[in-house]
Write a protein of this length. Sequence first.
Length: 105
Amino acid sequence: MKTTKIIATFKGLVLVGAILSSSVVAADATLYKKCAGCHGQQAEKKAMGKSKIINSMTAAEIVGALNGYKDGSYGGSMKGLMKGQVKSLDDEQIESLAQTISEMK
């Protein structure tokens, strides 16, 4: 009887983990959608012919750039445009987005 209850509990935890994991992946994909228009579906393009190709950057470099755009301390001619794109992102979203982009190759 106890073994059956343990197995049922374990299956429940696995299911919850899978749901949460897929939600994070979906959130990352949703966050990147607004970037894809300029940076490409796999972050492979120079945005508006001016930016770095962001999928070649590390997650730490992307976090630094996004935070810099957000506080106005990073960027060249596109600084104003990017500040508007990242101003509503919180630290967790920036970290998640950076990880997602850094894994696109």
